[in-house]
Design a protein around this ligand. Sequence first.
Ligand code: OGA
Ligand code: MN
Length: 296
Amino acid sequence: MTIAIRQLHPLFFGEVSGVDLRRPLSPAEVAAIEAGMDKYAVLVFHGQDITDEQQVAFSRNFGRIEQAVGSNVLKPGERRLSLDIADVSNLDKDHKVLARNDRTRMFNLGNRLWHSDSSFRAVPAKYSLLSGRVVTSGDDGGNTEFADMRAAYDALDQATKDRIGDLVCEHSLMYSRGSMGFGPFTEEEMKTFRPVRQRLVRTHPVSGRKSLYLSAHIGTIVGWEMPEARDFIRELTEHATQRQFVHAHAWAQYDLVMWDNRQLMHRVRPFDETKVRDMRRTTIQGDAPTAEQQAA
Ligand code: OGA
Ligand code: MN
């Protein structure tokens, strides 16, 4: 089998064929997928009925797996999956749909805000790999939308590019969840979710393309008053999520969608929460904090 990629949106988003994610990949296959990620920023692999172990093994081709701690409000003993996997489902550890007022469900509603995964970590995520084990589709909702932050950056006027080139933002789960009225946070959560700094403009290490590093986790811009910062970030986010920059992925069971958090934002759309939606994510660590990286 040879890997082929078909572009599904004028700007980004590739559909991959010719690869079976249950088997070890050859170096050439890994290189083809990485090149696809650099170019399309998000790839979908259809029909991949994989186990957690196979998902983890496939993910390890692309770097170290981020551990799913510090990114949720689960208490010890509440986890359904191993620490290699972020549980993005609507299920508890007994595989039951979470109650409407469940605190974990309230927290997970934050995934409906445009964001970049783990931008609240000092070393933020590179890739996310989301496996749809049980999906919702059609009238039941639950599409995942992606917005191309490279194209959004390119479309800015020069004055705005000059203004934002060296800006640094503070990101925290307390900001994204706080914006929805989630709370209060425990002492321990406040410690875990302490804000980190990230550049607002990033440069892709391979393509050299610049992108807007936006996320719902942003709460302020270093050196700015918070209301002014939030107003400005809201304006940029509105710009960056206009329809021409967005592709909606409608899930089929056993799709695996892999995206580059350095080049995109994403969000999940509302869905019928009486239905099971079992989504499992492995996340690849980035290389370094972004605040010290140069924009150009
Ligand atoms: C994620 C996420 C979207 C979805 O896995 O990082 O935001 O469709 N999920 O569940
Ligand atoms: Mn996410």
